[in-house]
Design a protein around this ligand. Sequence first.
Ligand code: PLP
Length: 397
Amino acid sequence: MPRFSKAVSSLRSSEIRDLMTLASRPDIISFAGGMPGNELFPVEAVEELFRGLDLKKKQAAFQYGPTPGLPSLLESLGGFLEKKGLPVKENRLLITTGSQQGLNLLAKAFIDPGEPVLVENPCFIGALSAFRASEAELRGVAVDRDGISMEALQQELDRKERAKFLYITPYFHNPAGLLYTAERKAQLINALQGQHIPLIEDDAYGDLYFYEEDRPRLKPIKAINPAGINVCYTGSFSKILGPGLRLGWMLAPDEIYQKCELIKQSADACSPSFTQVLADAFIRSGQIYTYIAGVRQEYKRRAEAMVAALREHMPDYVQWNEPRGGFYIWLTLPDEADATRIMMEAVEGGAVFVAGKTFDPEGKRNNSLRLSYCNNSPEQIAEGIPIVAAAIRKFCG
Ligand SMILES: Cc1ncc(COP(=O)(O)O)c(C=O)c1O
């Protein structure tokens, strides 16, 4: 029998991945995956952009590139991020192979086996698995409607063994759908100052806001640039161009960047040059802005369809967030509910979602579930939500 490392023995396949197999049954309406709709990808625009490149750029697309990223993309992406107020020049920008890699690099840079890290509860499963792979002790901190619970966070900060970092997803949270208030971010900054706990700020969905009035709330903590806190800001092309590009980025203070770049050298030498060339052309042509504006409208339409269906079909005891952007609606059921059993029942009926315990750092709490509206037409949503509602009623009355 092969003798695997301890770290790898503790890895489990995520329930999401297992569900993807289930959800790929053609007759199932899937509210499970957090992926953009295939029909929304800018296929023709990107084809056209590639055709328009000169031969040197096309050749570079096939070639290895520098570990931190192609200089041309670092420049154009830097401009894109500066428009959000991010302090690009005072930090270092690293292109990563998806923002998932950014989380993995940070985990490797900071965590020794058994060391504590703070995460939101619920938390993005990819972050949990990246931190688990480094054998972190995951300490979940509850969230409420406005962001991370300050009371719960303070309790963690008061503990003797200091956490290696805090990971948060303040903008259209995966899975909870929430958007942090400016006040909560200010309180968080206050609480972290002088603690020597770096903050990982994951902004995978911030561009997908539905309401102009929310724009001030989307200002990253990294852009506020609080003194005395090392903020590592991660982002991704996955939701604003396509996850198949496998491109994300990290904006971090020089000292942290240096370590991550070293780790990246050993992980993959460089992120795909081919897609970096495409992403660069997409930004430089300005199409990234018009494309994002278009998908924003489409996701809003889908979110509204899901909220309307939930209002019509869900029993009174089910609570959910009304999404203001992003991909997700988080349903909270009565305490004793078991979302996995409900999911099995829903699958029988022809719809699937992700049970809440997938996102619990301890893998326990299961009276909640995540619905994604990003990959379904309003018609599919109208057909699938009654199936989910019927499954909930069967177990919760
Ligand atoms: C909150 C969050 N962060 C990061 C990622 C990873 O994205 P990628 O590795 O495709 O850039 C995702 C993907 O769903 C996500 O939801």
